[in-house]
Write a protein that binds this ligand. Structure first.
Ligand code: GUN
Length: 290
């Protein structure tokens, strides 16, 4: 099975839009997401435009707060402070990366965790690890939702996560370790220093690749009948269309797909799910206390 993340994401966005209609029919205002964007990085502009479009498709309000690339850290902290206080804003994100002169962690920790719909604040990261209500980070939640929607059993399965970064690898491992569905997995996390990585990946019932290295996962690294989730998002200039970019996953899809019970393509697999997670977290922020 090729997992159609685009279709699943579109269905989920429709479901969120229905929930928003019910809310507004009861007289509540629509959920409101703010996005802080510093500078004019091309990839960030694209991601932010996608997030704003998703908000509108779901019936949310969206506000983009722009700063020029030379904004000072104090100015940015003042924006964070005003968003924390603004009762019209249910949740917000600061689009990363930030310019080098800004301490990214300092900014993330200034966000009120109750509005941190990216799930980057240490309180949300810790609550995820403890299995407490939280805003999970987008890609891990997207992966878990794909497994759920595709009825892929996780309980007792060996899940191997390639990549131990704080945004995808680690929180995905945490989610799949939780006593929940999807979850209850035996999880192994590999990093760039892991030796004989193919011996470990070949044991995986569920293999999640998040290393940012195009075509890293080859057929000999995958067990027959495994589920392979490709969270790779390497953006490189397109060879076919000059001036455009193409997204590359971590998995050598053509070689690996014939061995798999299920696999996600890139693009059209995990990617479209990340924005759904952001919308889901924003809806949660608008409707419930964490
Ligand atoms: N840059 C790339 N992905 C993300 C994301 O999910 N959230 C934020 N804030 N910045 C990003």
């Amino acid at each position: 099975m090729i997992i159609d993340g685009k279709k699943i994401a579109s269905d989920l966005l429709d479901e969120i839009a229905q929930e928003v209609k019910l809310l507004t029919a009861k007289g509540q205002r629509p959920p409101h997401l703010a996005i802080v964007l510093v500078g004019h990085d091309e990839a960030s502009e694209t991601y932010v435009a996608n997030k704003v479009r998703a908000c509108h498709n779901c019936g949310f309000d969206a506000t983009v707060v722009r700063h020029e690339v030379d904004v000072t850290q104090d100015e940015l902290l003042a924006t964070i402070d005003s968003l924390n206080r603004d009762e019209r804003i249910d949740g917000y994100i600061v689009q990363l990366p930030l310019p080098d002169h800004i301490d990214e962690q300092r900014i993330i920790e200034a966000i009120d965790y109750r509005k941190d719909v990216d799930g980057f604040h240490p309180i949300n990261v810790g609550r995820l690890a403890l299995g407490l209500p939280c805003y999970p980070t987008a890609t891990p939640q997207g992966i878990a939702t794909l497994l759920d929607r595709c009825h892929i059993a996780t309980e007792g399965k060996h899940c191997v996560v390639l990549g131990n970064d704080n945004i995808v690898g680690r929180p995905t491992a945490e989610l799949l370790m939780r006593k929940a569905f999807p979850g209850n997995c035996t999880v192994t996390v590999c990093n760039g220093d892991t030796g004989h990585v193919e011996d470990i990946t070949r044991m995986a019932d569920i293999l999640i690749a998040a290393v940012g290295r195009p075509n890293f996962v080859k057929a000999h690294m995958v067990k027959e009948g495994a589920v392979v989730i490709d969270a790779g998002t390497t953006r490189l200039p397109s060879e076919d269309a000059p001036g455009h970019y193409r997204l590359y996953g971590d998995v050598d899809f053509d070689a690996v797909a014939p061995k798999c019970a299920a696999i996600t393509p890139v693009p059209g697999g995990v990617g479209p799910m990340t924005v759904v997670s952001l919308m889901r977290n924003t809806l949660l922020a608008a409707t419930q206390e964490l």
